[in-house]
Design a protein around this ligand. Structure first.
Ligand SMILES: [Zn+2]
Ligand SMILES: [Zn+2]
Length: 425
């Protein structure tokens, strides 16, 4: 697989290039407009005003660079818990040839297991996780404050600029300090648009991050806990699920933010609430995986699937009317593709396309990969249920399907129910 990207090479990607260009564009435009609107050499207040803006811009850039360079903290390859017996509570990562530590997840983009993985952020071209969570959050905060400041300066100077003629003709020449050229008016409007866009977009991200930190539950863990609750709602035989890492908002905040702005612990062992242990969450993950495996069925594609959201021409109106109401991806399929299906609807199925041998051999070489996602929804009428697992897949993820599903069209719901009621622990 591709070599890991290290150091400054992380910045050679559309995400960091775009993000840094936006920061620089807003900063330089604001400084330029501010030099006419409220020149820093005019008074101490004007100087402090510009210094404050520069400070916010510098802090945003610094935390951005640190979030990218520090990275989320990668779990060492071939990682094993101290006590070999504990491996029974952990998932194995084939890619990293080791066990996944509690709260670690494998990132397909980074191609490594990441400690306390929250999400892969294309803007920093790295994951957000244990080691860079604080830098990332500070970056969001200072970008929002800096852009808010910038958008106020730009709006005010824009107003002054377009009223320049009015000020000059109405005896208010002292207000006519902002003088536009074609280039500067374009830059001012662009800078304003970017600054306001950053404030709106990043505020939502910051809200999500703060919620994640205050509850000590990453985006991935929210998903796991939701499934844990759903499993218990479906069957009363399970004990109620206690999320092990929520220590109360003060301690949760302190795990990410502290005086030294340094990461805490090793990102592998985590303090847990009473009654839980290091493997409470991983045991739940294993049980969920087992349930998923039990309801997985293998299908083969018999007619091409376009991957469109409403494939009216290729699949007909019935399939379109019953399309799943989610924003999850739709996948493209070719005849003879094999798909491992985990969710079943009357007209649609959700699953993962099994990569062909050529695709496996090609690894991450872009040109030999097929376009589009490999996990998603597709119309049921383009596939047939297979009774056996193809040879190439017999090794790992999926166990042979014992019960034959001769008619996938009518047995889907039944299979799903069977999957949910199977006991795993
Ligand atoms: Zn891994
Ligand atoms: Zn990643």
């Amino acid at each position: 697989m591709s070599a890991e990207i290290s150091g400054f090479r992380r910045f050679l990607h559309w995400g960091p290039i775009t993000a840094l260009s936006i920061i620089k564009c807003v900063t330089l435009t604001t400084l330029y407009m501010n030099s006419m609107w409220w020149p820093p050499n005019e008074s101490f207040a004007a100087f402090a005003h510009q210094a404050l803006f520069l400070l916010l811009s510098t802090l945003a850039t610094f935390n951005y660079i640190m979030a990218t360079l520090t990275g989320p903290g990668l779990l060492p390859k071939q990682w094993q818990p101290k006590d070999p017996k504990d491996t029974e509570w952990l998932q194995y990562c084939k890619e990293c040839e080791g066990y996944k530590a509690p709260r670690s997840h494998h990132c397909r983009k980074c191609n490594r297991c990441v400690k306390k993985m929250d999400h892969h952020c294309p803007w920093i071209n790295h994951c957000v996780g244990w080691a860079n969570h604080a830098y990332f959050t500070y970056f969001l905060l200072f970008s929002i404050l800096g852009s808010l400041h910038g958008s106020i300066v730009l709006s005010c100077s824009f107003y002054r600029g377009i009223h320049r003629y009015y000020y000059l003709t109405h005896g208010q020449a002292h207000l006519a300090s902002v003088q536009f050229t074609v280039a500067s008016i374009v830059m001012c409007i662009l800078g304003m648009g970017l600054a306001i866009g950053v404030v709106i977009g990043l505020s939502m991200l910051l809200y999500i991050q703060l919620k994640t930190i205050v509850t000590n539950q990453t985006g991935i863990e929210i998903w796991i806990v939701e499934k844990a609750i759903y499993r218990r709602y479906k069957s009363e035989n399970y004990e109620p699920f206690v999320y092990p890492y929520d220590l109360g908002w003060r301690l949760n905040l302190r795990q990410v933010f502290n005086e030294e702005c340094q990461k805490r612990g090793d990102g592998i062992e985590w303090p847990v609430v009473q009654g839980c242990d290091q493997y409470t969450l991983t045991r739940e993950q294993l049980a969920q995986k087992e349930e998923k495996r039990a309801r997985t069925r293998v299908y083969k594609c018999i007619s091409p699937v376009t991957g469109r959201w409403l494939p009216i021409f290729s699949q007909g109106w019935r399939v379109c009317v019953n399309a799943p109401c989610t924003d999850e991806p739709r996948i493209r399929l070719r005849p003879d593709d094999i798909i491992k299906v985990t969710r079943f609807r009357r007209h649609w199925l959700f699953g993962e396309r099994v990569l062909s041998e050529q695709e496996h051999a090609a690894g991450s070489e872009k040109k030999s990969q097929r376009k589009g996602p490999i996990r998603g929804w597709f119309p049921r009428r383009s596939v047939v249920a297979l009774t056996e697992v193809p040879d190439s897949e017999s090794s790992d993820d999926i166990k042979p399907v014992k019960s034959t599903t001769s008619n996938g069209h009518t047995h889907g719901k039944q299979q799903q129910r069977n999957g949910h009621t199977k006991k795993c622990m």
